[in-house]
Design a protein. Structure first.
Length: 454
């Protein structure tokens, strides 16, 4: 870390940042009332709103979005004539999955092996803390040189689109010259990275019905159509033998021409077991940044413990399809729906429900804001130049903002580098990355303000 005053200030603020992240991680803010009480998300939203008020933000509001969740908004006015920068994060998190697999409790921030573990520590409660650190450092070193809007989303992980629809209905609310999305991550720890592309996504639930009710597998098995067996066969049709996604009509041969991801590094980052092959063809970057990928993320079926010798009358699965830049998510939804209906075996009755959708995103990396960010990242990471990568995940709001504000520059940075293991058990954040990226964001805001005045 350099001796820049911004760096020194943020270093001194890190104990406070850890204490605040501990408080924020403690909220079980999974935006699904079927899994966790809605009051947990409401309490997290209130915490975020209070944090903004403490930093002298004006017009702080809990926005009731159409999907039944709350996003938190605040405005910090800057000098007269200064540009406006929108800072984004989300306070909702993925469910912890198997809590018994966590080394420490998922909703208790725990320091171990030089990292801070807890659900949302990197994705994306840490992103909100990053914004606070950057703004505090600027206040302590001459003031915030731009006007700042902050929006903290409450349902990003669910993909239910509440904030997107709210923004479309109130287009003036999030208008800005530049947007910093704090929800991606460096290619690896210590390598400053902006994300140039995001895959979009569509989420479908498919139900197969074959019988009026469950049947004894001895008395009827072999002739009566088992819905669970039909579901297994249907889901298998979504992948070729080598694991390549195979949805009828969907292009799967695009190539990535930017920063590459060595296979050995990917195997280590993904914790692929020895002897187990990667799936798909082409480079790793092709597969995770430039091509669609289907994942069965849930199946309703009898658990092994307590299973009975029965044929299942009905089966249900939830399917996620990641859609790369250049492909339309709505069209991909139609193709996936048609594929599921066409490939259901034995005349099984098929119903498909869409539960989420978001378009892919491609940033304009030639914009002036990227120059300001590159300079900031070089200062925050001495000896390293800013890299540009893709990301296989989705942030649906990006396309909404790009459509609402076509002149705005959008940058994506964040704390979700590979070691963070976001969405998995034992998610963690590197405090060094939190510190350096907070420095980078503060310096970026200074650089960007100066570029607008030059």
């Amino acid at each position: 870390m350099t001796a820049h005053p911004i760096s020194e200030t943020i270093a001194s603020l890190m104990p406070r940042a850890k204490a605040e992240l501990t408080e924020l991680v403690a909220f079980q803010s999974v935006a699904d009332p079927a899994q966790f009480p809605k009051s947990e998300c409401e309490a997290a939203a209130a915490w975020v709103a209070d944090a903004l008020r403490t930093e002298d933000f004006q017009d702080v509001a809990l926005l009731d979005t159409p999907d039944g969740t709350q996003s938190v908004y605040g405005f910090l006015p800057g000098p007269a004539g200064a540009p406006t920068v929108l800072l984004y994060a989300h306070y909702d998190v993925q469910p912890p999955l198997d809590e018994s697999a966590w080394i420490s409790p998922p909703f208790e921030l725990t320091e171990r092996e030089g990292r801070w573990f807890g659900r949302g520590a990197a994705d994306c409660k840490g992103g909100f803390i990053m914004h606070l650190l950057a703004l505090r450092a600027l206040k302590a070193n001459g003031g915030v040189p731009v006007s700042v809007k902050v929006i903290a989303e409450g349902s990003e992980e669910q993909g239910t689109g509440g904030l997107e629809r709210y923004a479309e209905a109130h287009p003036e609310l999030l208008a800005a010259d530049t947007v910093v999305i704090g929800d991606t991550g460096n290619f690896r720890v210590g390598l400053p990275t902006v994300t140039a592309t995001l895959r979009g996504m569509t989420m479908l639930r498919v139900t197969l019905d074959t019988l009026e009710g469950n049947l004894h597998s001895g008395q009827f098995g072999g002739a009566a159509p088992d819905a669970l067996a039909a579901m297994i066969q249907l889901l298998a049709s979504l992948r070729a033998e080598d694991g390549t996604t195979t949805v009828d009509g969907l292009t799967t041969d695009a190539e990535w021409d930017g920063l590459q991801y060595p296979e050995s590094d990917f195997r280590k980052d993904a914790k692929v077991l020895d002897g187990v092959e990667l799936i798909g063809t082409g480079t790793v970057a092709d597969r995770i940044w430039a091509r669609p990928a289907v994942t069965v993320i849930g199946i309703d079926c009898p658990p092994v413990v307590g299973a009975t010798p029965s044929l299942q009358a009905s089966a249900r699965a939830q399917i996620s399809l990641r859609v790369p830049p250049g492909q339309d998510a709505a069209e991909a939804t139609k193709l996936l729906t048609a594929h599921l209906k066409a490939h259901a075996p034995w005349g099984a009755r098929v119903s498909v429900e869409q539960v989420g959708q978001g378009q892919a995103f491609r940033a304009d990396t030639s914009s002036p804001a990227y120059t300001s960010m590159a300079q900031a990242m070089e200062a925050a990471y001495p000896g390293e130049k800013m890299q540009t990568s893709g990301m296989g995940g989705s942030i649906p709001l990006c396309n909404t903002l790009a459509a609402l504000y076509p002149e705005a520059e959008i940058l994506l940075i964040g704390l979700s580098e590979p070691e963070a293991q976001i969405h998995a058990v034992n998610e963690s954040v590197s405090p060094e990355e939190l510190e350096r990226l907070s420095v980078a964001e503060a310096l970026f805001l200074q650089n960007y303000a100066e570029s607008k005045h030059s």
